[in-house]
Design a protein around this ligand. Structure first.
Ligand code: PEP
Length: 269
């Protein structure tokens, strides 16, 4: 893989798969990847973001399988510890080998109070713990029908990044996930995914300079599957995918990772 930005295929399991089901998934998935001779070192990076209750089981099994599949969490507390019933700190996630934390997913923005200050503090908390945030942005159908979708996504990025240093922003991953495309309702077109990724990268370039703009991986998310992933990967600014439904099926998720590896190698030839 010659590119500076290694493609990332991240599965967001949401509130699915208890720890027993998660273990079964990992056994099947690692077997499929072994059988396909997946070369982890030179292929798309794979991450799985299970519910908190499955992270430890996934960690132990991945260690036993010696499979360099990354672990991500779906949320984090902005606070480092103390009397916060029900919360999980970034340090706790780091202890579980979490390399990524999804922050600001549209489902969390919808069902929980995730204001900008909260998101900034979460990003800061995970960066301090040495974890990379995957910040989710993307418009609803209302903004798209007004033609302000790119401004909207960029505004969401800027509201979180504007108080961060260049170095902090360079550690981030941004997932463009238009709300209308999430949940199997039909993916955005490759052109829409590329346009949004290019606009976000252009914004990063204008504020943080070339180093940051070239380093930050920008993912697309929304009804990605093995039938559409190759065309979605054509856009030069699309650095991988955040995948919900299709990441719950080991064979489908394994196929997607292999297709992304091939498509990105062809794109970069
Ligand atoms: C998501 O919710 O992050 C997502 C991309 O879901 P799906 O792939 O199911 O559309």
């Amino acid at each position: 893989m010659s590119r500076t930005r290694v493609p990332l295929v991240a599965g967001n399991w949401k509130m699915n798969l208890n720890h027993l089901e998660a273990m079964y998934f990992i056994q099947q998935f690692t077997w499929l990847m072994r059988n396909a001779h997946y070369d982890y070192e030179h292929s798309a990076e794979i991450a799985i973001c299970p519910p908190f209750t499955s992270i430890r089981s996934v960690q132990v099994l991945l260690q036993a399988e010696k499979a360099p599949i990354r672990i991500g969490a779906q949320n984090v507390s902005p606070i480092s510890g103390g009397a916060f019933t029900g919360d999980i700190s970034a340090d706790m996630l780091k202890q579980l080998d979490c390399r990524y934390v999804i922050i600001g997913h549209s489902e969390r923005r919808k069902y929980h109070p995730e204001d900008d200050a909260n998101l900034i503090n979460k990003v800061r908390a995970v960066l301090v713990a040495g974890i990379q945030p995957i910040l989710c942005v993307g418009e609803s159908i209302a903004e798209r029908s007004q033609g302000i979708e790119l401004e909207y996504a960029i505004d969401q990025v800027s509201k979180v990044t504007r108080d961060l240093s260049d170095e902090e922003v360079s550690q981030m991953i941004i997932a463009y996930e238009p709300l209308w495309a999430i949940g199997g309702n039909g993916s955005a077109s490759p052109q829409i995914a590329q346009n949004a990724a290019a606009a976000i990268r252009q914004y990063l370039l204008s504020i943080y300079g070339n180093y940051v703009a070239q380093k930050v991986r920008i993912l697309y998310g929304g009804s990605v599957n093995s039938a559409n992933v190759v065309s979605l990967m054509q856009g030069p600014d699309v650095d991988g995918f955040l995948i919900g439904g299709a990441s719950l099926k080991p064979d489908e998720f394994s196929k997607i990772a292999r297709l992304v590896t091939i498509a990105s190698a062809q794109r970069d030839e």
